[in-house]
Each structure stands twice: as C-alpha cells, then as structure tokens.
Design a protein around this ligand. Structure first.
Ligand code: ADP
Ligand code: MG
Length: 613
C-alpha cells in the first residue's frame, strides 16, 4: 500500500478499555489535558536538545526550541505545537497507537548514566496524550521527525475505536496537535481560560510557552537554581507570582535535601498573618512539583497544619507519582517528606532567632500564634517548637521577650518550676496581687497575654524537665519570707482566718494566711487547681447563656497588711461592721482575679460602710 493514502488502524480491545478509563475516570479535572500535552511538547524539545549534541543534520534546523499554543473560539479548537524531535510514521503508530507505551521512558533508558541526570523528561506512563480525548471530538497530530529523509504525517482519531495516518506535506519540524473541542468543552478555546491553566500547571516548564503569540512563562523555576546566583528581587518576583501575593516576603528558606527523596524547596513566610487580621483560616499552599510541573497546588499532608502560613514550592524529581500524576502512590513517603521539610524549617527559625533576633522577634509577633498551636498540638515537633516561643517576663523590659531556655539559665538552684501569669497586658499583671510574692523572692514570672496561652501552657506542661506552673494556681508553694515587725502573730492570724471562714460561709472554700502576698491585703485563688481565674473567665465567655462554672475560691490574707490588723481588732469589738469589711475584702480580691460575677450587692454594702465613716 502506498504511504500517501490514508491508512486505518483499529485500537485493540484492551486498548479501547484503557482508553475509556483514561477518558472517563483517571483525571479529576478535564483541564489536565493542557498540562499533559504541554509536558509532552516539553519532552519533545528536551529530546531534541539531546539529539542535537550528536546529530548535525536536523530537519528545519532554524526552528526555535519553543511551544506555541493557539486557541480559536470561533472554530472551537485548541492547537499545541512544538519544534521538538517529532515522530516518524512508525513512531506515531508505536507511541500514539499503543496505550501505556511511553516513548519518553524508552528514550531515557537508551541514554547513558551521565546524560540521565541532565534530562528533564516528564513523561513516564504513556497515558497522558489520551487525556486530550476528555475534551476532543477529534484530535489531529501533525508531526515531522527531525530526520530529513522522513516525510511528514497526520494522525487522526476521535478516540473511539480507530485512528488513521496519512502523509501530510509542508510540515515544520516537531508536532502540532489540533483538538476540535466537544460541544460541552468549548471553554478550552478561550484565551483567558487557557492562560489560567498554563499558568497553574506549566508556568515553570523550561522552554518558552507562547499563547496566541504572547509569552506565558516568564518566571523561572528559581528553586532549581543555585542560591548564590539569585538576587533578592528575583526571589520577591517569584514569591509574588507563585503565591499570587502583593506583599514582600518576610523570610525565605531555599534548600535541597537528598533523603528520603531528592528535593528542592523554596519556602516563604509572607509579610502578614491574615488569620490574625481576622480573615478565614489560611489554606495549606506550599505547592508540590515534579520536574517543574505542578502536581498539587495545595497538598494537605505535605506540611503540618501549623505551617499552613508558608508559601512556596517543593519539587522532587523522582516522586513515585500515581499514574494520573495528581497524587503520590505512597502515603508514607509524603509523611517522610513532611518530616524532612518541617525539621529543616524549624532549624531555620532557630538559626534566625540566634543570628537575627530582631527579625525573628518581628516574625514572632506576627506568626507566633502558629508556633504556639504547634507546641500545643503537634507532639512530634513540640520540643523544637517550645524552644521557639517567646514571652515578656517580670525581668524583661516592656516589649522585650525571653525564651524558656534563657529563663531556665536564670533560675536559682532552689527553683523547680517555671512560673507564668496570664493577663490582658503587662500593666494588668503587674498591678494584680499575684506577682508580688514571686517578686519578693526573686522568682521570674513569664507574662502571657494571648487567649490561647492558658491552653498552650497546660498542654506543653514542662520544659527541660521543669514543670510550667501558673502563678495564680492554688497548688503553687512558695518559701517562707521573714516576718516584718508588727504583723499579726500566728495565733492572731489563726483566729482571724477562722472567723473569716465562718463569716463568709459558702462564698469561700478555705481561708488561710498567704505566702505570696507582700503589699496587697488579700487575694483569691481558684480552689479548683485545674482552673485558673483566667481559664474560668474563658469558660464563662464561651458559655454565655449556659450555667456559670461553679466558683470555688480560696481566700488568702496578708497578716502584714494594715487592713488585716485593723480587721483583727474590729472583728471582736464591732462584729457587724467587721462583717461588712470582710465581705468587701473578698469582693476586692475577686475583682482583682476577674472572678466577681455580680457587683450589685457590693454597691449596697459599700454605701452601708460609707455611712459608718
Ligand atoms: P508519556 O508522556 O508518559 O510517555 P504520553 O501518552 O503523554 O505518555 O505520550 C506517549 C508518547 O508519545 C510519548 O512518550 C512520546 O514518545 C510520544 N509523544 C507524545 N507527544 C509528543 C510530541 N509532542 N512530540 C513527540 N513525541 C510525542
Ligand atoms: Mg506525556
């Protein structure tokens, strides 16, 4: 038979079945066909680049190594053309007539070991081409091999049962695929729709891609270049493009690793934490690439939840991809990648904190909440994360912070626990009654101002073998201080506390002399040791209409305070007035602790007291 007349080929029965799977169920999105055909074009150009090294006589040797995409919304077609190595008649039959045969894989096999490392071939499964039939009524593949002596051909099929090949004159080198779109797929003849798809999946393909004459891929795959060649502006440009961002990145980490897979990663911390600004929860958005082609823009399992604020790219050449190239075959491997990248990022933050403390402090002020979330919830990385936490303390200046590590170096040999207090701000904590006992004993107390801190501290539990203890928790014990002149004696104190308990009745669980008070006359502690005053406030806030959590308070009094000495005198001399004073002292302590639920009775009582002045 002459090669110039059309020749018809039937797909084999198994191939028909496979074709059916590819067209109807392999890919989650129809738009994937653009990625697949562009990847094939890129492979064809890459193969030509290799062939050029040894072969001097190439057909159409002025043709540029580029990919041209043309959309025609009148004719409802999309055309993808490359000036790569093309296919002969036999190659058309072999590569496009047999499904699951990858010419690219065969090409790679034929290369020497050294060359293999330098190739950037994407194809491996031999199914991607058929994705065109998800959107095509018919597909025409015009191809001319790089070999001068071979004629050009056109391969035509509707993807149903057969295909035809016939000779075609006036071909440029390489392959031109013309897709006539199905009636419900005409969106793919729209210039802006195709641009969006090309930018999503193929933005970093190594060869120029032009869409209707306009270059699409202008930003390089920076993550594969060597760090010291890249300027800051290039990183910023890349970040803006890749993360669809308008800000400048705050921090960046560019690294490669070899185990468990060869990976190249370029990660950015944005300038602002949008969750903090009140926007919706940030979605994980470090994208996973394989050989510069997007696999998944938002892989959920690539990084832990608390790293969802990161932007950037992770690329691995030899990811064991699922045949649709949308997911990985191996879940365990994703977990390993997750560990490697997370560890590397934690190390990076640790270095930043040491080497550029001011930059780190700014980062922490914006993104510290994520580190707290991780410290409280991610057991695997808890220790590294707790080291990165920062707090103001009774020993830092306002606005300056300390790490738990530094706190521990300042602890005296007697001190066994790390103390913290939770309050809305520094002034509130410093003016409350809880701090003074710690100050008097030179014990440092960390100041926590954020709503989550109570939760974080109770989940973290300990650091460096030392328990974290809330300074307003009832079970914290402090050493004795020398008693100053003029304090109530032990017997007097005992009499007064017993009287107070009887007088205040059910409003208090226990009354005792305090070891934490220096100047203030009294303080209230939640008798429930698992619930600090702050936690109770939170529970109340969350529980607006429901029942209030029952209040169990211990009242601690200061036998050195003038008010207590006076009360001791009046409690026998003028018991009625003393009772009013006792109740007022309790209310004052509850106010300081944020535990006074209803101030109305207090107002009436105060008027009574004022009458007696
Ligand atoms: P894969 O890319 O995984 O090998 P495909 O189904 O996408 O599988 O393509 C099958 C084969 O067809 C490729 O391996 C290649 O040999 C050939 N091929 C596809 N597109 C082109 C092209 N544009 N130029 C040259 N050869 C191509
Ligand atoms: Mg392919």
């Amino acid at each position: 038979m002459s090669t110039s007349t059309p020749q018809k080929f039937e797909f084999q029965a198994e191939i028909k079945q496979l074709l059916d799977i590819v067209i109807h169920s392999l890919y989650t999105e129809k738009e994937i066909f653009v990625r697949e055909l562009v990847s094939n074009a890129s492979d064809a150009l890459e193969k030509l680049r290799h062939t050029q090294i040894t072969e001097k006589d190439l057909f159409d040797d002025k043709a540029e190594l580029e990919i041209n995409v043309a959309s025609d919304d009148k004719a409802k077609t999309i055309t993808i053309q490359d000036f790569g190595l093309g296919m002969t008649r036999a190659e058309l039959v072999e590569n496009l007539g047999t499904i699951a045969h990858s010419g690219s894989k065969a090409f790679l096999k034929a290369l020497g070991e050294g060359d293999k490392k330098n190739t950037n071939l994407i194809g491996q499964f031999g199914v991607g081409f058929y994705s065109a039939f998800m959107v095509a009524k018919s597909v025409k593949v015009y191809s001319h091999s790089w070999r001068e002596a071979e004629p050009g051909h056109v391969w035509t099929s509707d993807g149903a049962g057969s295909y035809e090949i016939e000779e075609a004159a006036d071909q440029r080198r390489g392959t031109k695929i013309v897709i006539t779109l199905k009636d419900d797929c005409t969106e793919f003849s729209d210039d802006s729709r195709i641009k969006e798809i090309l930018e999503r999946y193929s933005a970093f393909v190594s060869f120029p891609i032009n869409l209707n004459g306009k270059r699409v891929n202008t930003v390089q795959a920076l993550w594969l270049r060597s760090k010291n060649e890249i300027k800051d502006e290039e990183y910023t440009e890349f970040y803006k493009f890749q993360a669809h961002a308008f800000d400048e990145p705050r921090l960046r980490l560019h690294f490669s690793a070899d185990a468990p897979l060869a990976i190249n990663a370029l990660l950015f911390v944005p300038k602002d934490n949008t969750e903090k600004l009140g926007f919706a929860r940030t979605e994980a958005s470090v994208a996973l690439y394989c050989r510069k082609v997007l696999i998944d823009a938002k892989p959920k399992l690539l990084l832990p939840e608390w790293l969802r604020f990161l932007k950037g790219v992770v690329d691995s050449e030899d990811l064991p991809l699922n045949i649709s190239r949308e997911t990985m075959q191996d879940k365990a491997l994703i977990e390993k990648l997750n560990k490697v990248i997370t560890k590397r990022f934690l190390k990076f933050l640790d270095d930043e904190a040491k080497n550029r403390p001011e930059t780190y402090a700014e980062f922490y002020a914006e993104f510290g909440l994520f580190l707290k979330e991780g410290a409280a919830m991610d057991f695997t990385h808890k220790d590294a994360l707790v080291k990165l936490l920062r707090f103001e303390s009774s020993l830092t200046e306002k606005g300056k912070t300390t790490s738990l590590g530094d706190y521990v170096t300042r602890m005296g040999s007697e001190q066994k626990e790390i103390y913290y207090l939770i309050g809305p701000n520094r002034a509130a904590i410093e003016s409350g009654p809880y701090l003074e006992g710690f100050k008097a004993r030179n014990l440092e107390v960390l100041f926590c101002y954020e709503a989550v801190d109570e939760y974080v501290m109770s989940n973290v539990r300990e650091f460096d073998g030392k328990k974290l203890a809330g300074a307003d928790h009832a079970d914290v014990k402090l050493s004795d201080l020398p008693k100053p002149e003029g304090a109530l004696s032990e017997a007097e104190t005992k009499a007064l506390t017993e009287w107070l308990k009887t007088t205040l009745g059910d409003r208090v669980a226990e009354v005792k002399a305090s070891d934490r008070l220096v100047d203030s006359p009294a303080l209230a502690l939640n008798a429930d040791k698992f619930m600090s005053p702050h936690m109770r406030r939170m529970m109340k806030a969350m529980n607006k209409d429901g029942a209030e959590p029952a209040l169990h308070v211990n009242l601690e009094i200061n036998p050195r305070a003038a008010v207590m000495k006076r009360l001791f005198e009046t409690h026998t001399a003028a018991p009625d007035k003393a009772k009013l004073v006792a109740e007022q002292i309790l209310d004052n302590a509850l106010i300081s602790a944020g535990l006074l639920d209803d101030a109305t009775p207090m107002v009436a009582r105060l008027y009574k007291l004022l009458e007696s002045v």
